[in-house]
Design a protein around this ligand. Sequence first.
Ligand SMILES: [Fe+2]
Ligand SMILES: [Fe+2]
Length: 288
Amino acid sequence: MRKQSVAIPKQFRTVLACGLLAVAWVTLADLALGALVHEPQQLVWALIIKDALSVLGGGLLLRRWMSRDRRSQAQADQTAQREHAPMLRVLVSLMELSHKDTGDHGERVMCMAEGLARLAGIPDEALRDLKIGALLHDIGKLAIPEMVLRRQGTLSPQEVALIRQHPQFGRDLLEQADFPRVVLDIVYAHHERWDGSGYPLGLRGDQTPLAARVVSIVDAWDALGSDRGYRPEWPQARVLAYLRDGAGSQFDPRLVALFLANFDALKASWEQTRVVGSRQSLLTVCAA
Ligand SMILES: [Fe+2]
Ligand SMILES: [Fe+2]
């Protein structure tokens, strides 16, 4: 299990420190003014000037501390990204070696998910984590025997149950490397369904994180449109009809509408990923 941090968030600590400093300043200043100024009219003016200086000084101090916190957070994010890059390469290579029949599935999903996420209004600064999550969404399948994943024909209930554990396996794996929350959300929740009939938790509607809802649509589109050994690829029209029919039951209806309305542009970038190739796109996400 991921360790739950009980540390107070840095920005809250900054505001708290600012508040305590302000209380100390106001108390000491009032005491000093009370001792130094005895004329009532002068004391009123002294208090007004003191209050104005307090507000101005407090605002400037808070602004300075907040921008310092933002800078140190950005540096910490960059360090984490650098540390994750080699691990990403290893994990993706492992996936490619283990599941040759799915080819560049993860990287195509990453590319399409980025496009759909932009359309859904996910801000640029959150896209890198979303791309990593999309790339690694099926990482938990490394724990599933190849003969089960490739089985032609009907799977036994035990095999189905095992495959359905891949989101949990994936999250357990990535938690050990302290991947960002969004990455874990995608890996853990990309098989949840809008109507609550998905797995592993049976989350309903927007209980499933937005990033996972984005990946779930793209994942289904790419998987159904690809030859998987145990079934041939579906024609494009059939795949799109499946997504349309699944809006409001399997998929977030707003995201399906966005996907279908912008399908040509999304697919153009997906085609480019196919041409450029997996290594190049992986280097792109690692360097982003
Ligand atoms: Fe999956
Ligand atoms: Fe997948």
